[in-house]
Design a protein around this ligand. Structure first.
Ligand SMILES: NC(=O)c1ccc[n+]([C@@H]2O[C@H](COP(=O)([O-])OP(=O)(O)OC[C@H]3O[C@@H](n4cnc5c(N)ncnc54)[C@H](O)[C@@H]3O)[C@@H](O)[C@H]2O)c1
Ligand SMILES: N[C@@H](CCC=O)C(=O)O
Length: 542
């Protein structure tokens, strides 16, 4: 145990490198990408000190080149999950008692490894396995993951420092214990950073973890595990399993020592898990913590005073970065009639300059969507819009899956504000627009609020402050992350704590102390310095 109150290194957001032509980072990333692209990797499960190659191999194919096999992951069984739980519980005995400085040092080292020697590797893995362009990989798998790891250490120390007052003769303390049992992280395909953060932030707070990444993110998940190990994470603290998702969840959730679920993914999966946890309430030794950040139908609301260029840029970047596969992607927009001709012209001009193709070519802004199922779902929306009398496709609308799952950035304009593409999460490069009567601002705000079950992100564009205030109030519960004159994506750790309510999740704000608080169970300790020697009140004293 340390004999001092250590101060942690000061934390700032990791700088996003430019990858401009001629920069060393661009050369290194391209070389790493090409090298990795021509290798065939094998991804094992990580349970305790073991790397388990089950022999049941599943192909890993880049979404932008689906005939190419870049590796295999080894599928696990439910006995592997059982073993992961037992291994985690064993590791808990020492991990939960390790000094916080030691836990912090491991994750600070992991951050520095990603910032330095592993940066190109984790970015290349994200480009290959999840089809992110270089900039999207950099802001996710490098910068956001580094930020999570470093800022979480800062948040942890702030939590630990938060102590109650003590009256004379008494010393009160609160102790932030890890949860009793093991925790379970289930992570989505679309952010390497989220996948790394969910298990690691629980581990930082002294918990032990069974982590099931998405089968579509295993390529970069392996790099994350490699970094954690290199950073000195003791065996068994984070165990990565690769079994069937539903069965893995059942094995974990029905275990008596299941103490918490940290989930990010789609709403229907989270609702199912929530019910499953409820059904096991009599089995659990403790009430499990349940944190879930899920889907969105994120809006851009535009007032008649807004600048058309700012709106067009917000729409194009907000809707089409990473092919719209962000929970925060701008997905429905409400444009006033006075601005629509100019916004439409500029959006079309910008989209005409966007190139679609492999992330290996840095001039491609849009690459492939994650897999064939996703391609089918997204193009279904496009096909139905083509056939609908209520919708018109004004840009994009083309797609081709002969080599990779490529879909052109598509804009649907609809006369029906509750048309399916205005209400359902599409999770692809499709933006739907409803043009409203410029004088019906307040009615349209009500429409924005009531149209979707989700409440994740949203933005208001306006140069009229009073109109901003009206939207701020009217949309109070429509978004967990609300933006003024900006796109609704791109939350940064430490700056915009992230999460939504309603059908979008429990709003426990990834990238903040609020989230870490869910992974501790507080013990209050009162110590009386000089205990009483007489039971009687003063007025009863003899
Ligand atoms: N709110 C946020 O912070 C946030 C961030 C990223 C992604 N998302 C959401 O995630 C979704 C996209 O990610 P995805 O396609 O990976 O989501 P998904 O729900 O398909 O999968 C997420 C994880 O759940 C697992 N899973 C799937 N079915 C399961 C089941 N029956 N039981 C247990 N686990 C199961 C998957 O294997 C994966 O690991 C979108 O809806 C998006 O909005 C939300
Ligand atoms: N930090 C991200 C979270 C996206 C979720 O998929 C953003 O705000 O764009």
């Amino acid at each position: 145990m340390a004999k001092s109150f250590a101060k942690i290194p000061s934390v700032v957001n990791e700088e996003v490198k430019s990858y401009a032509p001629g920069t060393p980072e661009r050369t290194e990333l391209l070389e790493t990408y090409k090298k990795m692209y021509n290798e065939v990797i094998e991804v094992p499960q990580y349970i305790g000190s073991e790397e388990i190659f089950s022999g049941v191999k599943k192909e890993i194919r880049p979404p932008h080149d689906h005939q190419k096999v870049v590796g295999y992951y080894h599928e696990g069984t439910q006995s592997d999950v059982q073993k992961a739980i037992e291994t985690a519980l064993e590791a808990r005995k020492s991990w939960a008692n390790m000094a916080w400085e030691d836990r912090a040092a491991i994750f600070l080292k992991a951050a520095d490894l990603i910032a330095g020697p592993y940066r190109a590797k984790i970015n290349a893995a994200t480009m290959i396995g999840q089809s992110k362009n270089a900039m999207q990989a950099e802001i996710d798998s490098a910068c956001e993951l580094i930020d999570f790891l470093r800022f979480n250490v800062k948040f942890m120390t702030e939590i630990y420092a938060d102590q109650p007052i003590s009256s004379p003769g008494v010393w009160n303390k609160v102790e932030y214990r890890p949860l009793e049992g093991f925790t379970f992280a289930i992570t989505p395909f679309n952010f390497t950073a989220i996948a790394g953060n969910l298990p690691s932030c629980m581990a930082l707070m002294g918990n032990v973890v069974v982590w099931k990444p998405s089968d579509k993110q295993v390529y970069s998940a392996q790099v994350t595990m490699e970094v954690f190990k290199k950073a000195g994470l003791p065996d068994g603290v984070i165990n990565m399993v690769l079994g069937d998702p539903a069965e893995t969840a059942t094995t974990c959730i029905s275990h008596p020592d299941f103490a918490g679920l940290h989930f990010t993914g789609s709403t229907h999966v989270f609702k199912h898990l929530w019910k499953q946890i409820g059904n096991n309430v009599d089995i659990h030794k403790t009430y499990p913590r349940v944190v879930g950040e899920t889907g969105g139908k994120d809006f851009v609301m535009v007032h008649k005073s807004a600048c058309p260029t700012e709106v067009a840029v917000g729409l194009v970047r907000g809707a089409f970065e990473y092919q719209g596969q962000k929970c925060s992607a701008a997905s429905r927009a409400y444009i006033p009639s006075n601005l629509w001709p100019e916004v439409e012209k500029q959006v079309k001009e910008m989209l005409a300059t966007i190139k679609v193709g492999s992330p290996e070519d840095f001039s491609n802004f849009v690459t492939a969507v994650i897999d064939g199922n996703s391609f089918k779902k997204i193009t279904g929306f496009i096909d139905r819009a083509k056939a609908s009398t209520e919708a018109e496709i004004i840009a994009g609308g083309t797609y081709d899956d002969s080599v990779g799952y490529f879909i052109a950035p598509t804009v649907i304009v609809t006369t029906n504000p509750t048309y399916e593409s205005m209400t359902d999460e599409i999770f692809g490069p499709v933006l739907s627009i409803y043009v409203y009567d410029e004088d019906k601002y307040e009615e349209t705000l009500q429409l924005v609020d009531e149209t979707s079950a989700y409440a994740l992100t949203g933005s208001i564009f306006s140069q009229d402050r009073a109109a901003v205030e009206v939207a701020y109030k009217a949309l109070e519960n429509a978004a967990g992350n609300f933006y003024i004159n900006d796109k609704p994506t791109g939350a940064v750790v430490g700056q915009q704590p992230f999460g939504g309510a309603r059908a979008s999740g429990t709003n426990d704000k990834a990238g903040s102390a609020m989230n870490l608080l869910r992974w501790v169970s507080v013990r209050t300790v009162k110590e009386t310095l000089v205990p009483a020697k007489d039971y009687r009140y003063p007025f009863l004293a003899k």
